[in-house]
Design a protein around this ligand. Structure first.
Ligand code: HPA
Length: 281
């Protein structure tokens, strides 16, 4: 992003601050078919993306497009109900613009969910996978161009983009809740097409456990700004190259929605444990 774009940030933040008194400490990005975690938030203010200056507008039908400010388990949060994908035609800077704004609004922790295909055969359909690391196969990079020195360094470290303490806390919570929780590497691809059998083999060879079309741009920008980040995938289809069935968006959304209650319970408890009073992680 060019430094000439910087005034946009203050205009966006200024507009939101004028509308919303709540000061969020955590941001939540709701993935495909998982927008209903939002129902757990006691809302203080809801802002449609189309009203927020310089915000991109979501074009995907399975995503709403609004920012929800409120309390989740007593924690002051802002949730993005609807996110932006490269395949929609947005630039990486547009995709990550809201994450910059959430940080400027004061969040210190970011929670991301997504739908992903299971590359690792040990992953179960409808199961959850904590993202411990990623492989970025997306074109372009949201950090390309003049560095926003006020927000982070030119060459951000990527040794631990996903906070280990948050992962550990998530595993402890999942165990208490009786929810199986895998850990793995997420590969981000541009989409919008799903992968061929040969591509699934290729991704497995690369070391990916799951594949999807989101999350990594947001995580790069979050890491750049020093946000503590947690991300979790719902495995919505099994990417077995030797037994590959056609998969539709409807099916992906259906599986994601079926997993929603356990994902919601996990994320809510994690937000409280890591951002509530007496937070340990
Ligand atoms: N590939 C890419 N993105 C996805 C998939 C997949 O199999 N499933 C859900 N998002």
């Amino acid at each position: 992003m060019l430094s000439s774009d910087l005034p946009n940030f203050s205009e966006t933040v200024g507009y939101i601050r004028k509308q919303v008194a709540l000061q969020p400490v955590a941001g939540i990005v709701l993935g495909t078919g998982m927008g209903r975690l939002a129902d757990r938030i006691a809302p203080v203010q809801v802002l449609g993306y189309n009203f927020i200056p310089h915000f991109p507008i979501s074009t995907v039908e399975s995503h709403f497009g609004r920012l929800i400010f409120g309390h989740l388990g007593g924690v002051q949060v802002v949730a993005m109900q609807g996110r932006f994908h490269y395949y929609e035609g947005y630039s990486q800077q547009q995709i990550t613009y809201p994450i910059r704004i959430l940080k400027l609004l004061g969040i210190h922790t970011l929670f991301i969910s997504n739908a992903a295909g299971g590359i690792n055969p040990a992953l179960r359909l409808g199961g959850l996978m904590v993202i411990d690391d990623h492989i970025n196969l997306l074109p372009e990079n949201p950090l390309r161009g003049a560095n926003l020195d006020d927000l982070g360094p030119r060459f951000p470290d990527m040794s631990r983009p996903y906070d280990p303490d948050l992962q550990q806390t998530a595993h402890a919570i999942a165990q208490q809740q009786g929810t199986p929780l895998a850990t793995g590497v997420y590969a981000a691809v541009p989409g919008p097409n799903l992968e061929t059998r040969a591509e699934y083999r290729f991704l497995r060879t690369l070391g990916a456990d799951a594949v999807g079309m989101s999350t990594v741009p947001e995580v790069l920008v979050a890491a750049h700004m020093g946000l503590r980040t947690f991300a979790v995938s719902v495995i919505t289809d099994e990417c077995d190259p030797d037994n590959l069935h056609p998969v539709s968006l409807e099916r992906i959304v259906e599986v994601a929605q079926a997993a929603e209650p356990k994902l919601t319970a996990l994320l809510e408890a994690l937000v409280v444990a890591s951002c509530g009073p007496g937070a340990s992680a």
